[in-house]
Design a protein around this ligand. Sequence first.
Ligand code: NOJ
Ligand code: CA
Length: 574
Amino acid sequence: MVIEPRCGPLRAGLVARADQGEALRVRQHRIPAIIAVALAVACGASSSSPAPRPALPTRPTADQQASADRLLTGPDWYRNAVFYEVNVRSFQDSNGDGIGDLAGLVQRLDYLKELGVDALWLMPIYPTAFKDSGYDIADYRSINAEYGDMAAFEKLVAEAHARKMRVFMDLVLNHTSDKHAWFQESRSSKTNPKADWYVWSDTASRADIGSCTSGTPAVFGPSWSLDPMRGQYFFHRYYPEQPDLNYRNADVVRETLDVARFWLKDENVDGYRCDVIGQLFESPDGCTMIPETVAYIQKLRAVLDEMPEKAMASEPSNLNDSTAYFGNGSNMFHMSFEFGFGYFWGLAFSATDKKLIEDSIKKTMTYPKGSQPGQLIGSHDGVRAWQAAAAETWRYRSGALLSMTMRGTPFIYYGEEVGLRPGTQVVVDSRDSARTPMTWTRGAAHGFTTGTPWLAFGEAPDDTSVEAEDSDPESMLTYYRQLLAFRRGHAVWGVGDMRAVSLDSAQIVAFVREDASERYFVAVNMTDEDQTGSATDPLAGSATAVFGDGELAISGGSVHVTLPARGAAVFQIR
Ligand code: NOJ
Ligand code: CA
């Protein structure tokens, strides 16, 4: 859009706000509706200057929703779903004890449904000593009393299902809590029935474990600890309060597969996010995804396949390659997280270099047919997306746009949609900075609790509250709603083909998404300067920007993209 001279002051004001870090755009639809109307009135819409596009809808159309309903039915539902990772403890407290709970989550299901969430992944909600935020499970078959009881859980599942939302549990099989009855028995002597359920040794090593250590020694420390009761060392990939189960014991294999069957079959859960599942077996030749672990995962998959429409997602230990987790595309994981993007997108923006992101795009396209990446920009293990984006709203939004337009299933980390900022209080470990309570309202306790929250809120809790963002056309929440509404009901985003377009600019990430009925070109400028890029490319047709700002020219076997500073665009090709 060409700004008329008499619109100069208005334009200057908008640009000034944009320079202050707000993602306002003079061009196209990121202008709030009210300002767009003011511009049109003040500046006059003429034939030479097309009227600014109206703000993008924050709700899908009825047709989109009907299409989404079809795509979310049947065994492939998870490919077309949007997941939401819930830290139950920090989401909504219902009884004033300052701890989020299952009844609180039920109260917020309508909010999630309206946002466009189709499935929940609950961080561990089992009894725990909370040495690793619940990833130290003391009983696989019941619910942490702080969060509710089995009846409360069943109510949650029923309420979610009534809203056509599915529920994933966190399945943490590599280790238990040292408070688990199995470990208590195992440590009691060298001859008890469960003596061999964990990995014991007279020294802080064992030949068959080789040199395997914890995933992150800097966080979890040494991986052998002496148990004074049994007078032997036990192996743990994580904290000493998380002893590793011994999967070379057939009873452990049988019992853990039964645990998986229990929640799926008896409790009607829809699937699992599987914690560090590549680390079940160790050997001197390898520490992750060795053949014995692969065989176990295939058995686990067989348990899921006993029932219709169950699915599971793996947390891969190899951050840049999930190939080993997909098997032949249908005998291991339905989904695996694409950490090559999810953990490193912020670094790519800081370095203003698309390579890390392009590598991830290329890698996902090498996975076996049937594989489904899980896309994310934040989780309970990383920093808040706000930090990954170096507190730049435009980077945050571009990261989110990428995660929701690259091939795969998006996983939103709770509070990401309002731009939750890091906290400073530590209860368990430094990762608590990204596990702070959700901010629903302005003011004390932010609608999270009527009591004292178990962990202090992150920065700027008023500004990042749902209340503050709800009707603000420039808020992160509005952006997320627009993005989710934009992609809703279009199968191409979940399962369409993807290919990277290697533009002659290291600062623009670009790729094509297509299926039998639609084709899109996505381009993201990683810098705060205008950028252009060209490539020889077989793309044909004409391009229309349908989300974001920019221009795309397609002619005779080449493409030429122009993006404004901090801009990103999705073009539809017809
Ligand atoms: C991965 C989980 O995501 C992390 O939070 C936890 O500390 C380890 N696994 C151990 O369970
Ligand atoms: Ca509570």
